[in-house]
Design a protein around this ligand. Structure first.
Ligand SMILES: *Cc1c(COP(=O)(O)O)cnc(C)c1O
Length: 217
């Protein structure tokens, strides 16, 4: 199937209020353009270098999301144009984003990435750390940051019950924090598990291979 067919098929499986972030990592700008031409405007990349090399080659109305681990020394390169940094996994990183955003008088949207998977290979804040950061946020400790929501990745497994229970951990944190200040986005679910994620309350999904085909790592 062509990329645009893949895209339409995925799109048809995602209910209207749920945001689709098309994950274009490892795929060239020509392929991204095909999906753009289908009307998609939100794209996700996981590496700063790769993102920077693509941004200027593509239309400026694309909303770019960074979804991979971000090193503090690279923050300054993306802050000027990034729409959302989904992968904030430490307070140190958040403070750096705040600092760089202040320099150019911008407010940057971020999601706190919470570790819900069993594997310890995955980045993310512990639930308790996320709560602490959120409470600092409510006290205005990061004036140039808007925390728009939470992001998480489930364990890579065929065990649907496990995936579901991990997503529900994030959903319950989302509901708890939302009582203090409205959060818009609960970003969870990828090509293989987005349906479960949506059942568990995700309102933003990050889908790569089901649209662009398998990646050559
Ligand atoms: C690569 C990636 C995705 C997309 O994964 P697919 O399985 O290709 O849909 C989603 N989220 C993050 C954080 C990723 O790194």
């Amino acid at each position: 199937m062509s990329i645009s067919n893949n895209f339409q098929l995925i799109k048809s499986q995602i209910p209207e209020p749920v945001e689709l972030v098309a994950v274009s990592k490892f795929h060239p700008v020509e392929k991204i353009k095909e999906v753009y031409d289908c009307g998609q405007r939100v794209f996700g990349e996981n590496k700063v270098q790769e993102l920077l090399s693509k941004v200027n080659e593509l239309p400026s109305d694309i909303k770019w999301h960074l979804i991979g681990h971000l090193q503090t020394n690279k923050v300054k390169f993306i802050v000027p144009f990034i729409d959302t940094i989904q992968s904030v996994d430490s307070e140190k990183l958040l403070l750096e984003i705040d600092k760089e955003a202040a320099k150019i008088n911008k407010k940057v949207n971020v999601l706190l990435q919470v570790k819900i998977a069993e594997e310890d290979t995955k980045y993310g804040l512990e639930v308790q750390e996320a709560k602490e950061i959120f409470s600092n946020y409510l006290e205005n400790k990061y004036p140039n940051i808007t925390i728009t929501g939470l992001m998480g990745m489930a364990t890579f497994t065929d065990n649907k019950n496990q995936v579901k229970s991990e997503f529900l951990i994030l959903k319950s944190l989302f509901d708890e924090l939302s009582k203090f200040k409205n959060l818009e986005k609960l970003s969870m679910g990828m090509s293989d598990d987005f349906k479960i994620a949506i059942e568990c309350g995700a309102n933003s999904v990050r889908i790569g291979s089901a649209i662009f085909g398998v990646r050559n790592y």
